[in-house]
Design a protein around this ligand. Sequence first.
Ligand SMILES: [Fe+2]
Ligand SMILES: [Fe+2]
Length: 476
Amino acid sequence: MQPVSNSVDLTSKIPNNVGLSDDPKLRKALERWLPNYLDWWRDMGPSDFADKPVYLRTAISVDNAGWAHYDHVKMPDYRWGIFLNPLKEDEATIKCGDDAGKAAWAEVPGEHRNALRRIIVTQADTEPASVEQQRLLGHTAPSLYDMRNLFQVNVEEGRHLWAMVYLLHKYFGRDGRDEAEELLNRRSGDEDKPRILGAFNQPCDHWLSFFAFTMFTDRDGKYQLAALAESGFDPLARTTQFMLTEEAHHLFVGQTGLQRIIQRSAQLEKMDPNGDVRNQGGIDFDLIQRTINYWFTYSLDLFGGEISSNAADFFASGLKGRFREAKKYEDHKAQSGDYRMHLVEGGKLVEKDIPLRNAMNEVLRDEYVADCERALRKWNKVLEEEGVETRLTLPSRRFHRHQGIHAGHFFNPDGELISEDEYRANEQKWLLTPADNDYLLSIMKPVHEPGKFANWIAPPSRGIEGKPLEFEYVRL
Ligand SMILES: [Fe+2]
Ligand SMILES: [Fe+2]
């Protein structure tokens, strides 16, 4: 196994705990990629604000007790580093599939090379994509606190790209270096060279979408990373374990951001004589529900097909496990057993048993949906406490799908099979529309005074790292 410890080299050009100083060839290759990365950041990272100090956390250790350092930093000066969780001898085994229990791989096995490269590139591609999707949002931030959180998410997605590019450079030779270049060449939403996955080409042009994106799409990331954290390819497992530490904050930003909007909308509804949230300059619940429907379903697509021979192969060969495979499951082979799912056959929704290994994408999606439901319960609790009637829901996982067995069929948000005509007639009621986006952009005026928040969102319950809400999270 490759030497990785808690000891981090913070003085070299690329901070790391992977012993870069002992591997001059790799260090040089990454140092050649660095200026290209910075060019990409300048062109496609947050628009403006490059010269403004932002109160950011930077990973400086992989120690649970204190892995991050907080300070005002200008974003282009952020120290993007390469960190892997330390090697734990007893954990270095293949977690699932035919070879479960055998020693994990310290190098890429020849027969899994293409699959692993594809998995890593697909994960890697999402990281710069989300930075591109969010690049204009700094201009409409509802507070300095929120602006800081946006930039924190952005620099850490940049670091996640570094984490994946390290694996490509170190373990995949020439192909890996080419892939690392391509990661800087694709662009979110670009017709000719789009990002790989659908959700990462959708525009995210206001803060309601930003919070829904970090709530739902980053949460898909959590589950993908968790599946890779169980990988038999040990460097990938430990890389993604550390990424999950950072990812938790992104999910916090999304979940609490939406919660603060929901709370504020409830207050505005009570304030208005006609209960009209928009009349008070806020975001009405129907619009919030359409946003949930939109981003939740695009995020469901990211898990891949419900019935998937790829998923079966990845599991069987130990490349990708289930959520908390090692801790949660007794049988790591899953050779027998079925998964019952709904699918359309002969124009009707029927139930069918699918061999468990082929249903691994759906097994992971189940964990994700349950996690999203927990957030919905919290939001509805807020609505209850505020004394308003509305409750928010997650749409059926069959609704508005572009990938998998439900794509090409039409369902309403309750998951009932309907005609295309019925779907088209109601689409505007169910999903975020251009008119919604126009309205949201019209109310999203930046608020730059420390401690002040835009009218359409409630303040958070506390600041960052013990700092008060009035703290100057971004020095403008
Ligand atoms: Fe990420
Ligand atoms: Fe993230």
